[in-house]
Design a protein around this ligand. Structure first.
Ligand SMILES: [Zn+2]
Length: 172
């Protein structure tokens, strides 16, 4: 199990309004069990959210915690020794809204890329632990209920990952 400081923390996205400046804050004293979105009312939505709904949209391996009065998600940090190209493939995916969940090991690292929501894009990349290079990947651009695509080698995997998008976040 990774320790707490092996996570990278960032602000949790609101599953309803998907507003980039939305913050999820603990409910008032009457409803301490729920979270309030600071932006849902501006979009005509109800601001009350069940933490279980937010958790259900995040990939396995991501943790939630209130830090600094705001709900944040902790994503397992990338292992050391990756090539610059490997890092850039993963970073570009996370900049487009995919979550990267690393599972380091002594021989081969795995990284899961997942869009929020049950039907979002999903990919698995295997990286050599010693070389830090991408070995192979399997991707499911339209969720894991639809047949996927495989690729081998850094360049082919990079192109495959670049084709994955997060639907539903850019619009609205
Ligand atoms: Zn919201």
């Amino acid at each position: 199990m990774p320790t707490a400081d092996s996570y990278e923390w960032r602000t949790a996205p609101c599953p309803e309004c998907a507003d980039p400046i939305a913050r999820l804050v603990p409910g008032d004293s009457d409803r301490a069990d729920i979270l309030l979105c600071t932006r849902c009312p501006a979009h005509g939505r109800i601001s009350y959210h069940d933490p279980a709904d937010i958790r259900a949209r995040l990939p396995f391996g991501v943790v939630l915690a209130v830090r600094g009065g705001v709900l944040r998600i902790g994503v397992p940090a990338a292992p050391h020794g990756l090539t610059a190209y490997t890092r850039s493939v993963v970073e570009q995916a996370t900049e487009r809204g995919l979550f990267a969940v690393w599972r380091p090991s002594a021989r081969r690292h795995d990284v899961i890329l997942a869009a929020p929501g049950p039907d979002g894009a999903w990919a698995w990349i295997q990286v050599g632990a010693r070389s830090g290079r991408i070995l192979r990947a399997a991707a499911y651009p339209h969720g894991r209920n639809v047949p996927g695509v495989r690729a081998a080698g850094p360049r082919a995997v990079g192109q495959l990952v670049a084709s994955l998008s997060v639907s539903g976040l850019s619009s609205d």
